[in-house]
Ligand binder design. Sequence first.
Ligand code: ACO
Length: 325
Amino acid sequence: MSIFAKIVGTGGYLPPRVVSNDELAAELAQRGIETSDQWIVERTGIRQRHLAAEGVKTSTLATQAAQQALEDAGVSAQDLDLIIVATSTPDYVFPSTACLVQAQLGNVGAAAFDVQAVCSGFVYALSTADAMVRAGRAKKALVIGAEVFSSILDWSDRATCVLFGDGAGAVVLSAESEPGILAAQLNADGSQMGILCAKGNVSHGQVVGDPFLRMDGQAVFKLAVTSLAASAHQVCEQAGVQLSDIDWMVPHQANVRILNFLSRKLGVASEKVVITLDQHANTSAASVPLALNVARRDGRIKAGDLTLLQGVGGGFTWGSILVRS
Ligand code: ACO
C-alpha cells in the first residue's frame, strides 16, 4: 500500500508590533531616508509588516506557529518523529533552530534539522518531509518556515528595507493512505547567487563580509516570474493535472506585481491567488505557510481542494508543490 504525506494542521504567528508604511516612512525620514506609502504600495502592494521586538529570536516565532499547527492537527509534540525548520535567520550558527524548537515543544527523539533555501525554504523543507514520510522514515512531521528577517536588513537601504517582515508558519504532516502531497518540483541556479544575497559570516569571533541583504530587484523580478511559471507547468505535468484543475495558488509573498504577472502568464484567475503580502510583507521562508494558514482558517481552502504552493528566492532557488487537502 502506498503512503502519502497529508497536511493535517496549520499554524501561524506574527509578532505583535505592526508597522504601517506611513510609520516606517516617518522612522526612515528621521535618518534622512525618503520613502512613502504611495511608492511602497504602487511598486509592491505591501501596506504593513510585523516586526519582532529586539532580542526575539526565530525559534520563538517558530514554536508559537508550531503549537498552533499541532493543536489544529490534534497531534501531541511527543508524537512527532521529524521537525524541519526553513530559515535564513537562525538563532545561532548551531544548534539548528529545529533543535531549539524541539526543546521548546518538549519533544525528545525526533529528527530535527534546518533547511536553508531563503524564500524557497518552506517549499524545500516540505518536499523533504514529504519524501521522508513516503519512504516510511517519518509518520508525523512538523515543517516550519520562520524568520526574523528584520535582523539582516540594512535600514539605510530604502530599496530593500521596506519589503520585508518577520513571522512564522507551520504545518503538520501525517502518513496516510490517501494523498496529500501529489508532486514536488525543486530547482536552483547557483550562478545567480549575486542577485539576492547576504554575504557575511562569523569567523574568528568577527562578522566577516557584508551581513545585510542585498538585491538586484529587477533581476529578481524577471527570474521569479519565469522560473515560477516553468515550475508550475512541470509540477502539474508530474502530477498529471492541468493548471485549470488548481483551486488555489499560494505563492511566495514578495511583490503583488510578480503575482499578477504570474497568474496572467499561467492563465490562473487572480481570485484563486492567495495574497497576504499587503498585511505581512515578505517574510521569506515564513510567507508560504503563513498564507496557507490564513486561507485554510478563513475557509477558502476546503477538503478536496487542489492547492499549488510556490517558493522563490535567494540562491537562486525556486520550487512548487501540489497539495490535495
Ligand atoms: N521609496 C521610494 N523610492 C524608492 C524606494 C523606496 N522604498 N526604493 C527605491 N526607490 C527609487 C529608486 O532609488 C529609483 O529612483 P531613481 O529612478 O531616482 O534612481 C526608483 O525608485 C526606481 O527604482 P527601481 O529599483 O528601478 O524600482 P522598481 O520599479 O524596480 O521597484 C522593486 C523596486 C519593488 C524592488 C522591484 O524591482 C521588485 O519588485 N523586484 C522584485 C524583487 C522582490 O520583490 N524582492 C523581494 C525579495 S526577493 C524574493 O523574495 C524572491
